[in-house]
Design a protein around this ligand. Structure first.
Ligand SMILES: [Zn+2]
Length: 283
């Protein structure tokens, strides 16, 4: 991954694996370049962590301007540490806007919609099938990873879009690393049925504690789905070690902001979302 730090934009990381993909634009943003202060300094993109609303809104405006993508084209879901996948409906369809967007992954083949994952230690996994022109973003914390949310997204690609696993590209973005992620036996035991767990779960002297390598857990899941090793890129960046660059829930002791990660299929015409009579329309 490379750090892109251009004038008039925001510092962000881009995956080398997507370099040949002219049909998409993506960014793993850092915490730098925003207006929030103190615990949320500075590009906090979450309204639900205690930061001032107007500052978060100003940060969203900065993001929209930096990437020349109108704010209305960013789609964020609630992220509830589950394994629910939101598949963006086809043009012209709708669903009730009373329904909560309680999901941890988004899949779309709609151009002009920037699908987002907010993180502060959890793993943002970006998936793209250049052949079928479909993309997905996944929020994979330990619960989601234990539930195999990334595998479920790949299954959907294969069943619904007839993707060949050999065509799928994956970028595993900045997250907490093995270096900093000690978990208890509840988290560790949730992985017991997973293949190759000896490569990402390491017992500690204290029998109640384990070191968990979440990026590696997701990489192993992708490999098990048939994604070739050469198609998977891992950032190697630890959010907890690099608090200058990233928000880290663990390193901050719980009170902190969220960085944004997004991916979009490019198109001149935006995908717009309108709320009307308690329904959300996609056009
Ligand atoms: Zn670390």
């Amino acid at each position: 991954m490379i750090l892109v730090n251009e004038k008039k934009s925001l510092p962000h990381f881009q995956a080398d694996i997507f370099r040949g993909c002219d049909f998409l634009t993506h960014a793993f943003c850092t915490r730098q370049g925003g207006v929030s202060r103190e615990d949320y300094k500075s590009l906090n993109m979450s309204f639900s962590e205690g930061d001032d609303e107007y500052k978060v809104l100003a940060n969203w405006s900065k993001l929209a301007e930096a990437f020349a993508v109108p704010i209305e084209q960013f789609l964020v879901v609630n992220q509830v540490h589950g394994d629910g996948i939101f598949v963006v409906p086809a043009q012209g369809s709708y669903f009730s806007s009373r329904a909560e967007l309680d999901y941890d992954a988004i899949i779309t083949d709609r151009p002009g919609l920037a699908i987002c994952v907010k993180t502060a230690d959890c793993v943002p996994v970006f998936l793209a099938d250049p052949e079928k022109q479909v993309i997905a973003v996944v929020h994979a914390g330990w619960r989601g990873s234990a539930a195999g949310i990334t595998v479920k997204v790949i299954d959907f690609f294969v069943r619904h879009y007839l993707s060949e696993p050999g065509d799928i590209l994956a970028a595993i973005g900045p997250s907490i690393g093995r270096c900093c992620y000690e978990v208890d036996s509840v988290a560790a035991e949730s992985f017991t049925t997973q293949k190759d767990k000896e490569y990402f779960l390491f017992p500690q002297k204290n029998k109640e504690k384990w070191l968990l390598d979440l990026p590696e857990a997701n990489r192993r899941q992708l490999l098990a789905c048939g994604i070739p090793e050469k198609n998977i890129e891992t950032s190697g960046l630890c959010t907890s070690c690099r608090r200058d660059l990233f928000f880290s829930h663990r390193a901050a002791g719980g009170i902190t902001g969220r960085q944004i990660n997004f991916m979009m299929i490019r198109q001149a015409n935006p995908c717009l979302v309108t709320t009307l009579n308690n329904k959300i329309f996609w056009r």
